[in-house]
Design a binder for this molecule. Structure first.
Ligand code: FEO
Ligand code: CA
Ligand code: CA
Length: 650
């Protein structure tokens, strides 16, 4: 990556952290004397009210030169909307063939075998891998989950083994080859198309053989009746966000794997900690005993990992990289350190879960020369955010005193419990993480968490709710925040400084909830992406049930449909660039190296209401992308160009 790379907390000498900013603002306010300021600074739950008292917007004149487009208003239309001067087109949608293969049948009657040759359902994070710069490449995209009501003509009725297989085949990862056809730059006559056939096109599904690599391979807890060696899993599921390694491979992250398993017998503490229960979200277990945890108790241990895929070798077997730990991985941001090692950031997306960092033992080039995968040999850490604005990475290793008696495999399989013991900071649902390489700064989204201030035991975790802290300052956090951290010398350091980039929400309610967005408002940030130019793209995921057109939640009414915004991290201004169709989530964004083409993922338009099994019902909410024709709503990958062929966002 090149360009501005400006995360804005790198300059230790000049930059203020949020606490300093608050103190300065307090000192300008005569009604808050020194004693009150000290109390306020010590009680970090009060950050909210302090920010509310002095919103950022009042403090500077708009000066961003990065955000050249006209921001668009919120929308509740069943349409994909981009700014004037831009065009957005569907490149591929659920059910389209990835190469030469069967076409999508609008009544959803494609078979399981056909689905295995088609773009999976509900696409999420992805990467564009250039083959020829900004005009031809591979797109590798996750297919996070299925809406089984929409996946079949009769929804989940009459469930059978063929339905399980089709649902599994609609999961995983889809690989396509794309190129810009025609003369002229993208947006000026050049049109992006999927190349069919392509030797690279491939589906990896919930049924594809995948090696288990790293320290946990062969551990007794990884063995099942179908794989007595504990080294070969079948499939990858709930693939949320992703990563890209410096050696050109793709990482796909298994997030909410627990929902596929059913355990009716008494649960182990680890099953409780990971949310495996009698309440399976899918019916797979009824026909596939792998997902019946009463019969195959170890199968669930083979999910919750980060999986490495070589998209340029279609015959290669993907590998679960167990040294990165097992939890509900949102994504995997790989950053090369100045000393040549790789650092991998990954959030565990659930209320009160953690942010992790992995550091390879060797510089990645040296490791690969020695035949060692850099993701198989390293140390996993978990983040502790101190109220002072400093933070530390706590090692999850057997020599950590807090983990006395634990083996490395214990830590890697039961990573959540290890992080509990180590004393990590429980966060407001960590989602995506990206980096500003030039300033040694990382940034993460914490999407929301309305349970933090609830007194008593959290029924999900079995633990007491921790209450607010400096990094998670809102007791009823409906809108989420972005948090940054940076290092003095290198990404591999064990200590850092941090601040809150923004507290999301509706500025009209800022006095009540502390929101401090300067510009266009958003709620529930999820996907984030730092483009080569330094533009920070922010995608939102207000839960589909909260923005259902028939019962839109008052809490989220001001935000309309889910959206994507662009922020200038120097000025902190935010502008809305895209709004999605009804009940969709915007997830996944990547630009070509010249930044003149942007690909964006639209996920779950017309999402089925929870508990419904009426396949016609979602169509009442959305028929995107078919539109007025009233077609079945389909997740899709969209390509965006500027009409004048310019840089996206300029
Ligand atoms: Fe798959 Fe946390 O979003
Ligand atoms: Ca997400
Ligand atoms: Ca989310």
């Amino acid at each position: 990556m090149s360009g501005i790379d400006d995360g804005q907390i790198s300059n230790r000498s000049g930059n203020e952290d949020i606490h300093e900013v608050i103190e300065k603002r307090l000192s300008r306010r005569s009604f808050l004397g020194g004693a009150a300021a000290t109390v306020a600074a010590a009680s970090l739950g009060n950050i909210t009210s302090l920010l509310a008292a002095v919103p950022d917007a009042a403090d500077h004149v708009r000066k961003s030169t990065l955000l050249g487009f006209h921001g668009i208003p919120v929308s509740t239309a069943d349409a994909l909307i981009v700014p004037k001067g831009y065009s957005a087109r569907v490149l591929i949608a659920w059910g389209d063939p990835v190469s030469n293969g069967p076409s999508f049948k609008p009544d959803a009657s494609n078979t399981a075998d056909e689905q295995a040759q088609q773009w999976g359902m509900h696409n999420d994070g992805f990467v564009y891998f250039p083959i020829n710069g900004s005009v031809r490449g591979l797109i590798v995209q996750n297919n996070e989950y299925t809406d089984d009501v929409l996946l079949f003509p009769d929804g989940v009725a009459n469930w059978n083994v063929a339905k399980t297989f089709k649902s599994q085949n609609a999961h995983g990862v889809s690989i396509i080859e794309v190129r810009k056809q025609g003369k002229g730059p993208a947006g000026r006559g050049g049109l992006w198309q999927v190349i069919r056939p392509s030797k690279y096109a491939r589906r990896i599904t919930g049924r594809t053989p995948i090696n288990i690599g790293g320290p946990v391979a062969g551990d007794p807890r990884m063995k099942t009746s179908a794989d007595t060696s504990g080294t070969m899993a079948l499939g990858t599921i709930n693939n949320c966000a992703m990563g890209l390694t410096p050696w050109g491979t793709y990482l796909t992250c298994e997030e909410n794997f627990n929902g596929y398993f059913r355990k009716s017998a008494e649960r182990s503490p680890m099953e409780v900690r990971y949310g495996i229960s009698s309440n399976a979200h899918y019916l797979w277990y009824t026909t596939d005993t792998r997902f019946d945890a009463d019969i195959e108790p170890n199968e669930a241990n083979r999910f919750g990992w980060i999986v490495e895929i070589d998209p340029f070798d279609p015959g290669s077997t993907p590998v679960k990289r167990t040294a990165l730990g097992r939890f509900k991985h949102e994504g995997a941001k790989v950053q090369e350190a100045r000393d040549g090692r790789v650092v991998v950031y990954s959030g565990d997306d659930e209320q009160f879960e953690y942010i992790f960092k992995y550091v390879s033992r060797l510089p990645w080039r040296q490791a690969r020369r020695q035949g060692i995968n850099p993701l198989d040999d390293g140390t996993l850490y978990v983040a502790k955010f101190h109220s002072t604005g400093k933070g530390e990475w706590l090692p999850l290793t057997p020599d950590n005193e807090a983990l006395s008696g634990w083996t490395l495999s214990d830590v890697l399989i039961n990573t959540r419990a290890a992080a509990d013991l180590a004393g990590a900071t429980a966060m407001d649902r960590p989602e995506w993480i990206d980096t500003f390489p030039g300033s040694l700064t990382a940034i993460a989204t914490l999407t929301n968490n309305t349970s933090r201030g609830t007194e008593g035991t959290n029924p999900r975790t079995g633990r007491s709710n921790p209450g607010v802290d400096a990094a998670n300052p809102r007791a009823r956090n409906a809108h989420g925040q972005l948090i940054r951290w940076n290092y003095a010398k290198d990404w591999t350091e064990n200590t850092f400084r941090w601040d809150l980039f923004s507290l999301a929400g509706d500025m009209a309610a800022a006095a009540a909830d502390g929101s401090n967005i300067d510009g266009d408002i958003y709620s529930s940030p999820d996907g984030i992406y730092v483009a080569p130019s330094g533009r920070l793209w922010i995608q939102t995921d207000v839960s589909g049930s909260s923005i259902n057109p028939e019962k839109r939640s008052a809490t989220y009414a001001a935000f309309g449909n889910n959206q994507m915004l662009c922020a200038d991290v120097k000025t902190k201004e935010t502008k809305r660039f895209l709004v999605g169709p009804n009940t969709s989530e915007i997830t996944g964004v990547f630009v070509t190296p010249d930044e003149r083409t942007m690909f964006v993922g639209i996920q779950h338009p017309g999402e089925s209401p929870i508990g419904s099994n009426d396949p016609s019902n979602p169509k009442r909410y959305s028929s995107w992308p078919e539109g007025k024709k009233g077609g079945r709503p389909r997740s899709a990958l969209v390509v965006i160009n500027k009409d004048d062929g310019g840089v996206i966002g300029s």
